[in-house]
Design a protein around this ligand. Structure first.
Ligand code: NDP
Length: 445
């Protein structure tokens, strides 16, 4: 690292020693942008990095609600409004017991740079609560969500901050958020994205993140003179991102050999039957292990998918942050994986990143490869503002063009700084240049 970035990182570490996820995201980013810092000594005088590592604003709030037994429950809610340099704060809401300030800040930091790669007019943010929707009744989820939004609505608005879904927050929860927001304000049309289509959501938004991941994967393969046809693809998770990525992998000729959830993984060497998965995980709220009831030839493993010895060419981690550690990364390399394209945010820990780099595995970082979701969210905002709705083909075409442009920006940055096809550095550098230049032209704010 340059002495400048080292100094800023050390100050941050001294200030927030307990925020490991946030520090990890910043450290990885700072390492990648070294060539840009060397080329732009003026960034130090402008305190670009010092300003980048502090979010504009953070809200932390109490979320009280009544469970089905009439007992009072209390959770903690967060909204990190990281950067509005380029438009309203934009980033998902996560409901998961692991949500804490460090993770929220890490994800909001990543989101800010990711959003700049879409070239659409959106800032960066993230939010959520340490609420576990698993095992809760619909009524409990509704009551919790209504209480969450009763506080959150004070800080958001269609030109100010436009949340979307994330882990544990899909169409159902966004619907409840809209309802409560509308009850307390005039209209909720443009305040959330990822809305059900019936309620003003964009066609194609549900599929956008997973599809975007696979479009990005295709570009990586093409650039390496390779293709998806016949490739064996391991995917983790079985939620929104994982399922729609799996669907497109299959459509493009790849073989989806695994999916997982937080308790187990399923493996089918001939390729999973995605109709079964859809019924269980997209239309229902079942555990993935029930897949075996319909396909007894498949295998089910308790624990992490990444602990299994499975021969594959490509890995798409689409579950959660830090899901692949160093040993698991080594296992993937030993089992033939040559490409890792991130669907989840920050899925590879520091050791895993080093293993992939050392082994020459091409890794596409989430801030580039999973940006399709937020991009289509921004298209949803545009449609809402125009009071019209585009058809699914038009949205998908725009998504493809945006993923192509993100890939091109990464490649361009690699070329500019002689980095071969290091997509991680390419994405960090391209997005850093975008944000740093925006900061420069807007003065000290
Ligand atoms: P979902 O809630 O729809 O699905 C998450 C999946 O990951 C579930 O199958 C879940 O299993 C599994 N999972 C969650 N935590 C763990 C864990 N600790 N270990 C193993 N598996 C786990 O979320 P999404 O698909 O929307 O999000 C997945 C990832 O993609 C997240 O990192 C999110 O930030 C990122 N992302 C999502 C976008 C979107 O548009 N939805 C946009 C950009 C990024 P279980 O059901 O058992 O909890």
């Amino acid at each position: 690292m340059t002495t400048y970035s080292q100094r800023v990182y050390q100050t941050l570490k001294d200030k927030y020693p307990e925020q490991e996820d946030f520090l990890g995201a910043v450290e990885e980013f700072f390492q990648a942008i070294q060539p840009v810092l060397e080329a732009h000594p003026e960034y130090e005088d402008l305190a670009i990095l010092e300003r980048m590592v502090e979010p504009e604003r953070i809200f932390i709030f109490r979320v009280p609600w009544l469970d089905d037994e009439g007992k009072v429950q209390v959770n903690t809610g967060y909204r990190v409004q990281y950067s509005s340099l380029n438009g309203p704060y934009k980033g998902g809401i996560r409901f998961h017991p692991t949500v804490n300030l460090s993770i929220m800040k890490a994800l909001a930091f990543e989101q800010t740079f990711k959003n700049s790669l879409t070239t659409l007019p959106i800032g960066g943010g993230k939010g959520g609560a340490d609420f576990d929707p698993k095992g809760k009744s619909d009524q409990e989820v509704m009551k919790f969500t209504q209480s969450f939004v009763t506080e959150l609505q004070k800080y958001i608005g269609q030109d100010q901050d436009v949340p979307a879904g994330d882990i544990g927050v899909g169409g159902r929860e966004i619907g409840y958020m809209m309802g409560q927001y509308r009850r307390l304000n005039d209209a909720a049309g443009g305040v959330f994205t990822g809305k059900p289509v019936l309620a003003g959501g964009s066609l194609g938004r549900t599929q956008a993140t997973g599809h975007g991941v696979v479009y990005f994967l295709n570009h990586v393969l093409e650039a390496a003179g390779d293709s998806l046809a016949g490739k064996r693809v391991m995917i983790s998770g079985a939620g929104n991102v994982a399922y729609y990525a799996a669907e497109l992998v299959e459509e493009l000729g790849g073989i989806v050999v695994s999916l997982s959830d937080s308790t187990s993984a399923v493996y089918q060497p001939d390729g999973l039957d995605l109709n079964i998965v859809k019924e269980l995980k997209i239309e229902g709220r079942e555990r993935i292990s029930r897949y075996l009831e319909e396909d007894p030839e498949a295998k089910n493993f308790e624990g992490s998918l990444w602990d299994q010895d499975i021969q594959a060419d490509i890995a798409l981690p689409c579950a959660t942050q830090g899901e692949i550690n160093g040993d698991q990364a080594q296992r993937l390399v030993d089992n033939g994986v040559r490409y890792v394209v991130e669907g989840a945010n920050l899925p590879c820990n520091k050791e895993a990143q080093a293993v992939f780099k050392e082994a020459g595995v091409q890794r596409a970082p989430a801030k580039a490869s999973n940006a399709g979701g937020v991009a289509v969210s921004a298209l949803e905002m545009a449609q809402n503002s125009m009071r019209l709705a585009w058809n699914a083909d038009r949205v998908e075409e725009k998504l493809q063009a945006i993923m192509q442009s993100i890939f091109d920006q990464c490649l361009e940055a690699c070329k500019k700084y002689d980095l071969d096809q290091d997509y991680v550095a390419g994405a960090d550098i391209a997005s850093f240049e975008n944000i740093a230049e925006l900061m420069k032209l807007q003065g000290v704010i």
